[in-house]
Design a protein around this ligand. Sequence first.
Ligand code: TXA
Ligand code: MG
Length: 350
Amino acid sequence: METKLRKIHQIEDCQEVIEEAAELIRQGEVVAFPTETVYGLGGNGLREDAAKKIYQAKGRPSDNPLILHISRMDMLKDLVSEVPRTARKAMEYFWPGPLTVILRKSEQVPECITGGLDTVAIRMPADEVARELIECAKVPIAAPSANTSGRPSPTKAEHVMDDLNGKIPLILDGGAVKVGVESTIVDFTEEPPVILRPGRITKEEMERVIGEKTVMNTSLKADDGGVPRAPGMKYKHYAPKAQMTIVLGQDQQAVVSKINELTEQEHSRGGKVGVLAADETAGDYEADEVLSVGRRADMETVMANLYDVLREFDDKAVDVIYSEGFEEESLGEAVMNRLVKAAGHRMIRI
Ligand code: TXA
Ligand code: MG
């Protein structure tokens, strides 16, 4: 299959392209499109054949449920059977935006979308191309991140092309995304609400807006000692091709020394070394490829650059990657969540 790449500069001038994409979706085809978090691979959220095509293109296990994307609040009522007060507050405040809510599903939502669960994930993206596409398609759009399963999520149309060229008919290119990591997922069927995946919206912001405590239950951290509840968490994620290890320590200069020591060892074995660093220390390494994700003081930029840098290491064909760590608070929570997964939980504490 030929994969067409269509650039969208001004949304007003691109009605034809969006209409073409919407028509494909109505017909049960899949299309990649930008959202503010990462690029999504969208299909008609009410059709089983579309869900199958999504799973197939990504190479994703079909028991891993999909997020339904909506463009207007009145699309919600057909998809869910119950909206708790806390969820209502969160949606009113954060939508459109990088928040996915888990609610009890209605009869209308097919089982293949929810992986057999009686709950459904819903999000109203802020990106105007995404919203216009949903508006034109006139159906909720089921969309996982538009990467091959196991690779970092795409933050540029080129990333989607790298992974899915020849497997899908169309990619809408809206340029680089703003946020750079996937939406914050909150399960509102539980009391207190459970954060299943940290993102641009932090635990503190969420608690302030809903006026209640939440618990964090990702595959990495479980405040309540439970098992991971977003089915996607059990799969290997965000992996660069080279083995990655995170080196953690309070003293950033000690981290630099340790990584330089590890680099020397790898060099003596003839290996090529990549280092993922922040701007503050990027100049201090002796590795072959040092890539910075931005200044520590500017975690929004770090978040936006993270997946692009992980993919760049693949192009540089390094054998191992050593990464600096980030403080696990506020936006650092989401950054570390993705980094630790990319490293397959390999960490050295000094
Ligand atoms: O920012 C995002 O959320 C992006 C863009 C494209 O919107 N989408 C995205 O989708 O990250 P995906 O499929 O890569 O991740 C969805 C996650 C998976 O971990 C899945 O297991 C979880 O949401 N999920 C979906 N439905 C669920 C449900 N009913 N209960 C618990 N977790 C659910
Ligand atoms: Mg994904």
